[in-house]
Write a protein that binds this ligand. Structure first.
Ligand code: XMP
Length: 515
């Protein structure tokens, strides 16, 4: 399995930072794969890891049913780094003791690295800032371990067994607030595990193209594309591997942004040579949405119509053997963790889950990648930056941003307003600084005045958020003159709108979309 790079297994004990640990490791060119903490030893060994990281987790080792791994991981003969809960579980599994403490320690904490801090702290001595989040503390080290760092409130902030290469830290080295965290991870990966760092997007692309060719053979693959980053990158990769034998189906549901269909055609068909089939189903979607105002009912109608349209199109390719999907690594981990202890919160799922009777084998070329990595791959495959760094756009499209009934006229208003907002954000350099920006058409009209006339017209709400993971978000502090410019342009250029407001709520309790 020597692929020019090594693998680290990250066992997930339920921490919100588990994915971050894997990303940090991959950024360093070492492949990291996340497994649930209770994964059978065989699954861990199959990865042939050069080291194992035990993630943190929200539980206490003393709680009944708290997550546990297989203690035989300590017999695999590879170095192990336990972080927070991972260190507690390691300590208990190896005969140490952890005591529950009333107070939870959360936030920035200074720790003091012992003079002989061992290999993990090879390059670090004295005090350094770290990020802590824990309740329990170690009060008795397992045999063979020494204390390698302390803090005012925590007598064992880190421990190590140099002979066996087992290490534990009470703080989170993967979080940026831990100032020397990066070095600590480097020390673990390169000095302790001697990991080779050949994991890169170039290597991924080469390997994945090879794998697709092998799996698909002479077969044909069909797959839906939406114009979003994930499906575009997936299409580009498949086209690179099997050319015309990948058929990309793009359903125009009439709920797209301004010029979106043309852009998708241009970037996929013209620029990347993807075999793209465009289905114009806008009338069908609009008909299905007629008279529907309830948000959930809208989503259902859109989902069902999508399946109908997609199936009808797919039926034109009776020889297709595979269905391609742009599933990303976080979706994979989420479904794995759901069976384990992880306290992950369910995120939105796209419309278009396809029925099984289509009898196609699934192929998911991006299932090992994080979103940032997909973007990087997109750049490598020659996708324009504008597409690669585009804000997320929901599967049900403008329908979730149009409150009240979806009609062609109201869609046209929202589409124009959205285009102006995005244009001004791009022109002012703010588009890349915010995570997602959108316009919403409200289901109310309000009074205004234009010249000598009273008007009674639609209201557009602008929303822009900053977020790391879309689970929580803050409204973006857009400059007032920019907001003013967007408002003036929308009111002047979009017929039927006389008022523009800016949404200053955070998530939670609000959400990003309004629906
Ligand atoms: P909310 O509104 O839940 O949105 O705060 C969080 C993120 O999810 C996106 N979103 C969706 N994405 N299909 C999608 O593909 C959907 O139905 C959907 N609903 C919300 C939203 O745009 C934001 O990025």
């Amino acid at each position: 399995m020597k692929a020019g790079y090594d693998t680290i297994a990250v066992l997930d004990f339920g921490s919100q930072y588990t994915q971050l640990i894997a990303r940090r490791i991959r950024e360093k060119g070492v492949y990291a794969e996340i497994l649930p903490c209770h994964a059978p030893l065989g699954d861990i060994k199959r990865l042939n890891p050069v080291g194992i990281v035990l993630s943190g987790g929200p539980s206490s080792v003393h709680e009944e049913g708290s997550p546990k791994g297989d203690p035989d991981v300590f017999k695999m003969g590879v170095p192990v780094l336990g972080i927070c809960y991972g260190m507690h579980w390691m300590a208990v599994a190896l005969g140490g003791r952890v005591h529950p403490s009333e107070a939870r320690e959360y936030g920035r904490r200074e720790v003091k690295i012992e003079e002989d801090g061992g290999q993990l702290f090879r390059s670090i001595v004295g005090e350094t800032d770290t990020w802590m989040s824990h309740g329990d503390q170690l009060d008795q080290l397992p045999e063979g371990f020494t204390t390698t760092a302390t803090s005012l409130t925590c007598p064992v902030a880190a421990m190590g067994n140099e002979q066996k290469h087992f290490y534990g830290v009470q703080f989170h080295p993967e979080v940026r607030h831990t100032l020397r965290g990066n070095e600590i991870l480097d020390n673990f990966l390169f000095d302790i595990c001697h990991a080779h760092s050949g994991w890169s997007m170039e290597e991924f692309e080469r390997r994945e193209v090879e794998r697709i060719c092998e799996v698909v053979g002479e077969g044909t693959v069909i797959g839906g594309v939406s114009g979003g980053v994930d499906s575009t990158v997936m299409a580009a990769l498949l086209a690179r591997a099997i050319g015309e034998r990948f058929v990309a189906i793009f359903v125009d549901n009439g709920l797209l942004r301004k010029n979106e269909r043309e852009q998708v055609q241009h970037s996929l068909r013209d620029a990347l040579g993807v075999n793209l089939q465009v289905v114009d189903a806008s009338d069908q979607f609009l008909a299905a949405l007629q008279g529907v105002t309830d948000p959930e009912a809208k989503r259902k109608k859109i989902g069902h119509t999508f399946i109908e349209v997609f199936e009808a199109e797919a039926a034109k390719y009776p020889d297709a053997d595979f269905l391609a999907q742009g599933t990303l690594y976080p979706d994979v981990i989420e479904s794995v963790s759901a069976k384990g202890p992880s306290a992950t919160i369910k995120s939105h799922h796209n419309v278009g889950g396809l029925p099984e009777e289509m009898n196609l084998k699934l192929i998911e070329p991006l299932r090992e990648l994080f979103k940032d990595e997909v973007r990087e791959l997109g750049r490598r495959l020659g996708l324009p930056e504008e597409l690669v760094s585009r804000h997320p756009f929901p599967g049900p499209g403008l329908a979730v941003r149009l409150l009240g009934e979806v009609t062609a006229e109201r869609l046209a208003i929202l589409r124009e307003a959205d285009a102006i907002f995005v244009e001004e954000l791009r022109a002012s350099g703010w588009y890349q600084r915010v995570s997602q920006a959108l316009a919403v058409l409200l289901p109310v009209k309000s009074v205004g005045v234009m010249g000598d006339y009273r008007t009674y017209e639609e209201v557009i709400a602008l929303r822009s958020v900053d977020t790391w993971d879309f689970m929580t978000a803050d409204f973006s502090p857009l400059p007032h003159d920019l907001l003013g410019r967007v408002s003036t342009r929308i009111i002047n250029e979009v017929k039927g709108v006389n008022r523009v407001v800016y949404d200053v709520s955070s998530k939670p309790p609000a959400t990003v979309e309004w629906e």
